[in-house]
Design a protein. Structure first.
Length: 185
């Protein structure tokens, strides 16, 4: 290969033709973001299992999908995980799960999805080796704070308005979930 051909092959982006000193950036999410997301998803799964084992099992499937989405770097799989978790929480509420553990599960699931999605963004922009510990910690803490405040408002509304009417309680929890999701956007 001539010197001109070698220069062209490096310039065209063929990974096998990189100079020895060049390295590609690892675009996977930072490890801390993945760990925080999975811990939050595990907390949500445990809370849903306490509320209703059937719904908790479905929320557990969302844990697997969130882990897969984080490890594969796929926002689509993360969305499937969040959707599965919401379905599990709705199933648990439908079979008579308690409002308190379901609210905890909802907040935990929202934090898990938000932190995982943020991790994907960080991975694309600064890479896994970037200094992101403070960014991930602040983002996760803020997500948890917003979720806790939204959850407290939802629970307060539930306590004041429920009055022993399970259908009304389910409607309030669904409405609260929409408010919670809106708070994260």
């Amino acid at each position: 290969m001539s010197a001109g051909e070698a220069g062209r092959s490096r310039a065209d982006g063929n990974p096998g033709s990189r100079a020895d000193g060049d390295r590609e950036r690892d675009t996977r999410p930072p490890t801390l973001a993945v760990v925080v997301s999975l811990v939050a998803a595990l907390a949500g799964t445990v809370a849903a299992l306490v509320a209703a084992p059937t719904g908790g099992a479905v929320v557990g499937a969302s844990l697997v999908l969130l882990a897969g989405g984080s490890l594969l770097g796929s926002a689509r799989v993360l969305s499937w995980g969040a959707t599965t978790g919401i379905a599990g929480i709705a199933l648990a509420a439908g079979v008579g799960g308690g409002a308190e553990p379901l609210l905890v599960a909802g907040v935990a699931l929202a934090v898990a999805w938000d932190v995982a999605d943020h991790g994907l963004s960080l991975g694309r922009h600064v890479g896994r080796e970037g200094r992101t510990r403070r960014n991930v910690t602040v983002h996760a803490g803020t997500s948890l704070l917003v979720g806790t405040i939204a959850g407290a408002v939802v629970y307060g509304t539930y306590v004041v308005a429920a009055g022993g009417q399970p259908i009304a309680a389910l409607a309030l929890l669904c409405f609260g979930g929409v408010i919670l999701a809106s708070a994260f956007r």
